[in-house]
Design a binder for this molecule. Structure first.
Ligand code: SF4
Length: 406
C-alpha cells in the first residue's frame, strides 16, 4: 500500500490554516465532527487522507483569516470557499455560532466573492438581506438533498423542510442540489423548489455510494440511479423556468462528452502498445470508439470504494494495485492535481513516491488535466443534454451494457 508522507506532523495550526487559505478555502472549524451525521456523508470515512483535528475557530483565528484574505489580490472570477477544507474534516460550517457574523464580516471588510454549501443552517432573513446588499458576491449552494420522506432517514438532524422553503424564498440561494431516490422524489422536489424560487439552478442527479456508508443507504442511492431517467424526463416535460443540471454520475458525463474524449485521445498520438491509466467510464468510451488503439488500463477507484468512477479521483495506490508487468505507463495529469498539491493524488502520495516504490516509468498526459475534466463536467451538464443526447440516444443501451475488466 502506498502511504503518503505526512505533512501536518509538528506543524503549527496557523500553518495548516495558511495551507487551506492558499488553496482558496476559508478554514473555519467546528472543533468536532459534524453533528448533522447525514447517512450519505462522504466524510464518514476520510481515512485515505491526512487530516488535522482542529480546534473550534476563535475570534482571534477569524481575524487572522480575514486579514490573510484581505492581503490577497482580488480576482473577480474567484469565489473564496467556506467549507470543503482539505486538511480539516468537512462539517456544516454554518453550525459555528459565529458563522453568519463572519460571512457578513467577509462581505463588509473584503471586496472578494464567497461560495458556501450548507444543508440549510443559515439565518433567515439575514442571509437574504446580505444577498440583496452584496449582489453577485455570494454563491450559495443549498444542499437540499431530498424533501421526500427519505429525508428523515438520510438526514435526521438537518433543518426541516419548512425552514428550507424559507431559505429558498428570496435572493440568497444560487443553486439547490437534490437527488433521485425513488419515483416522484427528484421530480417532485424540482417542482416544489421551482415554485418557491425560479432563479436558483436546480442541480440534480444521484448520490454515488462510497466506502463507509451503510448498506441500506448505498442501496437507496443505487435505487435512485434506476429512477433517474424517468425522474429526469418528468422534469424535462414540466418545462420549469429554472436552469436545470444533471451531472453527478460519471458514466453520463463521459458519454455526453464522448466526442471530446475521443478527439483528445487521438491528439495524444499514442502507440498500440502504450498503456494508459483510466477509470471505468472513460475505459468504456475508449473501448467503444478506439478499441486496440492503445492498451487501456482500467483502474477501479479502490481508495474511495463504493461505486466511485472518476479518473480525477484515482490514487497512485489504486494504480499500483493494477500493475502487472508494465514498465512504462501513461497517467492523466488530473490524477496528480489534487488539493494536496502539485503532482500529488487526493491521498497525498506524490508521483515521485509512486515511481520510487513501483519502479514503473510514468509519462504524464498533460493535456488531460483538471481544466479539461471540469469543462467536460459543466459543459454538457444540463438536463436538456441528458434527456436529448443520453436518454434518447440508442447507443446508451450498448454503452451501459459494456463491462469493465473484473
Ligand atoms: S451536513 Fe454535510 S458534512 Fe455534515 S454530515 Fe451532512 S453531508 Fe456531512
Amino acid at each position: 500500500m502506498l502511504q503518503p508522507t505526512p505533512v501536518l506532523k509538528g506543524k503549527d495550526y496557523r500553518e495548516v490554516l495558511i495551507r487551506e487559505l492558499e488553496a482558496g478555502k476559508i478554514p473555519i472549524s467546528l472543533g468536532k465532527k459534524c453533528p448533522v451525521q447525514c447517512e450519505f456523508c462522504y466524510e464518514l470515512d476520510h481515512s485515505y487522507r491526512e487530516t488535522l483535528e482542529p480546534p473550534k475557530t476563535t475570534q482571534e483565528d477569524w481575524e487572522f483569516i480575514l486579514d490573510y484574505i484581505n492581503k490577497k489580490p482580488t480576482d473577480p472570477m474567484q469565489f473564496w470557499c467556506l467549507g470543503g477544507n482539505e486538511y480539516m474534516e468537512w462539517t456544516d460550517l454554518f453550525l459555528h455560532p459565529k458563522a453568519m457574523e463572519w460571512v457578513e464580516d467577509f462581505l463588509k471588510y473584503t471586496d472578494k466573492n464567497l461560495t458556501f454549501f450548507t444543508v440549510g443552517f443559515v439565518h433567515v432573513p439575514k442571509i437574504h438581506q446580505l444577498a440583496a446588499q452584496y449582489p453577485g458576491r455570494i454563491n450559495f449552494e443549498l444542499s437540499a438533498i431530498t424533501l421526500s420522506d427519505y429525508r428523515q432517514k438520510l438526514m435526521p438532524h438537518a433543518p426541516a423542510v419548512k425552514h428550507l422553503m424559507k431559505v429558498l424564498d428570496g435572493p440568497a440561494v444560487s443553486a439547490a442540489n437534490f437527488y433521485a431516490f425513488d419515483v416522484y422524489t427528484m421530480s417532485k422536489d424540482a417542482v416544489t423548489i421551482s415554485g418557491v424560487n425560479q432563479k436558483c439552478v436546480l442541480w440534480m442527479g444521484c448520490l454515488t455510494p462510497v466506502r463507509g456508508l451503510k448498506e441500506d443507504t448505498a442501496a437507496l442511492m443505487r435505487q435512485g440511479r434506476k429512477f433517474l431517467p424517468e425522474e429526469a424526463q418528468r422534469i424535462y416535460d414540466a418545462g420549469l423556468p429554472n436552469m436545470t443540471t444533471i451531472h453527478t454520475e460519471a458514466y453520463i458525463t463521459a458519454f455526453l462528452n464522448r466526442k471530446r474524449i475521443v478527439s483528445l485521445f487521438d491528439s495524444l498520438e499514442l502507440d498500440k502498445k502504450d498503456t494508459v491509466v483510466m477509470a471505468g467510464s472513460v475505459y468504456k468510451i475508449l473501448t467503444m470508439y478506439r478499441k486496440n488503439r492503445a492498451r487501456f488500463l482500467y483502474v477501479p477507484n479502490a481508495t474511495l470504494g463504493g461505486d466511485s468512477d472518476c479518473t480525477v479521483l484515482l490514487t497512485f495506490d489504486d494504480v499500483a494495485r493494477c500493475l502487472t508487468k508494465e514498465k512504462v505507463i501513461h497517467v492523466p495529469k488530473c490524477v496528480m492535481q489534487s488539493g494536496r498539491g502539485p503532482y500529488m493524488d487526493i491521498a497525498g502520495v506524490t508521483l515521485e513516491e509512486f515511481i520510487r516504490k513501483t519502479r514503473v516509468k510514468v509519462k504524464v498526459l498533460h493535456k488531460i488535466d483538471t481544466t479539461f475534466a471540469n469543462k467536460r463536467l459543466y459543459g454538457k451538464g444540463s438536463l436538456k443534454h441528458y434527456v436529448e443526447d443520453y436518454l434518447s440516444n440508442p447507443l446508451t443501451h450498448s454503452y451501459e451494457a459494456l463491462s469493465v475488466p473484473a
